[in-house]
Write a protein that binds this ligand. Structure first.
Ligand code: ZN
Length: 491
């Protein structure tokens, strides 16, 4: 009995102990789990904090207004080529996605200011359209720097420089770096081509200095393999330059001499070096027989708005073109003809009412031609010396009957068909060597005016001078255009 009781008691104690041990084990397990969970949470929080800090520091160049201003100020500090720009006012336009800063002075003509503003707006819009929203994580900053300076010889230059930066968690990268330069006559306000300001030997002078400058300043492995191609005294090089005090600054595009990430390379060449390469006074018009030349031609005008825009563009770029007018349109737009002639363009005959000349009698052909010549002479003071048959439709008999040198074209932009400025521009760009080319467009379309605004600066930047058709024949063949001759291409 006692034993029983003892045994039972012992059993109870054992059970209680087992129970206790079991419960204790469970408790310890629970505590362990809790500790693990806490640890995991802690690690998680730590990672998050570190992540946020890293993210904050990696992407902090222009996420806030204050950061953006500091970023822009630093960009300007790093790059002062123009004495005048040091004190020029900086305007900041902060935007969470796309901020813009501009540095420029305001002490130049209203015309130049409005040209400057139109270029800035156009390119800013382009960048916004091209890049904004294309990468959700990316914030953009566009930094403008505009400088205007005068030479002693009556020329004025404007350099419009833009740098587009992008920022994401990987940091800041420079996406695009671009400079465009324009030259003007301070007397007339008209655009100038490089050779109206500098002598024909200027590229040799510049090349000599620039090549040495680059070799001194950069290690071989910093330079792109083909860098010498972009600094030789070739047609395409040294067309971008601006005055800066007693120096001429030449711009070399990004991704030519240095890697793309290094941006545009600006090299100031002292006036002393350029010396004999600077003209004593600017030439209002100058044609160099050794520089590639292009004749831009416009048919079917005179038009109104589109043609005025075309003339504005030619004037701003110191360029000229040949206009083949329809006699029937002259009376309503005589001022357009006058302006074109004033800036050096050539007026030409495109018949009175645009018929197929091959279907007309000799008498009718002669009437179409002479009536038109009379009208143009009355409106603009200059009698046309050349003609183009409507639709290019002609035969030997027609050419003999019109009694004027007749012209076709070599680059057909098909502007009347596509009505697409980019396609028109492409038609010009894809032609390998444009020297001696005759580009066909029509001055009565807005899209053609748009295309002109791309083509004319592009031609200048690529080393082409624009000439009238008569000039092209004169310089390429040594003779003036001949009556009874049909010119298809002029080489
Ligand atoms: Zn036509």
């Amino acid at each position: 009995m006692n034993i029983d009781l003892d045994e039972r008691m012992q059993k109870g104690v054992d059970e209680a102990r087992r129970d206790y041990i079991h419960r204790d084990k469970k408790r310890k397990q629970k505590r362990k789990i809790r500790r693990i969970v806490a640890f995991v949470i802690l690690i998680g929080i730590a990672c998050l904090v570190v992540g946020l800090i890293v993210h904050h520091f990696a992407g902090r160049a222009f996420r806030t207004e204050k950061q953006f201003q500091e970023f822009a100020d630093n960009a300007y500090k790093e790059d002062v080529l123009y004495e005048g720009n040091k004190n020029a006012e900086v305007k900041y336009k902060f935007d969470k996605e796309f901020s813009v800063a501009t540095r420029m002075s305001d002490d130049y003509s209203d015309e130049l200011k409005s040209f400057r503003d139109s270029r800035i707006n156009k390119i800013t819009d382009y960048y916004k359209k091209e890049y904004r929203n294309s990468d959700d994580d990316m914030t953009y900053a566009l930094i403008w720097d505009v400088s205007v300076d005068e030479s002693d010889t009556g020329a004025e230059s404007i350099a419009i420089s833009s740098r587009l930066y992008g920022e994401n968690s990987d940091g800041v990268t420079c996406i695009r770096d671009n400079v465009e330069t324009h030259l003007y006559s301070t007397k007339t306000g008209r655009g100038l081509q490089p050779l109206q300001v500098l002598n024909t030997n200027y590229k040799d002078k510049a090349a000599e200095y620039v090549v040495e400058y680059i070799q001194k300043k950069y290690d071989k492995d910093e330079l792109k393999p083909e860098w010498k191609k972009f600094v030789s005294a070739e047609d395409n090089n040294y067309n971008k330059f601006a005055f800066s005090g007693d120096r001429i600054v030449f711009y070399l595009d990004e991704d030519t001499v240095l890697e793309k990430s290094e941006g545009v390379l600006a090299i100031p060449v002292p006036d002393k070096v350029m010396d004999t390469a600077v003209r004593a006074s600017i030439l209002e018009r100058y044609i160099d027989p050794n520089v590639p030349m292009v004749a831009i031609t416009y048919d079917d005008g005179p038009g109104r708005k589109s043609e005025e825009r075309i003339i504005d563009c030619l004037e701003k770029n110191g360029s000229v073109a040949t206009f083949f007018y329809l006699g029937s349109r002259v009376k309503t737009n005589p001022d357009v003809i006058k302006r074109a002639i004033e800036i050096g363009c050539e007026p030409a005959n495109h018949s009175w009412s645009h018929p197929q000349l091959t279907k007309l009698t000799d008498k009718k052909i002669k009437e179409q031609i002479s009536k038109t010549n009379d009208a143009i002479e009355k409106a603009g003071g200059t009698r046309p010396k050349i003609m183009r048959p409507p639709y290019g439709d002609q035969n030997d008999h027609v050419i003999k009957t019109v009694g004027m040198p007749a012209f076709l074209w070599t680059v057909d932009t098909l502007d009347w068909k596509t009505r697409d400025a980019k396609k028109v521009f492409k038609a010009v760009k894809k032609t390998k060597n444009l020297d001696g080319s005759v580009i066909l467009m029509h001055s009565i379309y807005d899209e053609t005016a748009d295309a002109t605004e791309m083509i004319v600066p592009w031609l200048r930047e690529h080393g082409y001078q624009t000439v009238t058709l008569s000039e092209l024949v004169e310089y390429k063949t040594g003779n003036l255009p001949q009556k009874g001759t049909l010119y298809r291409s002029i080489k």
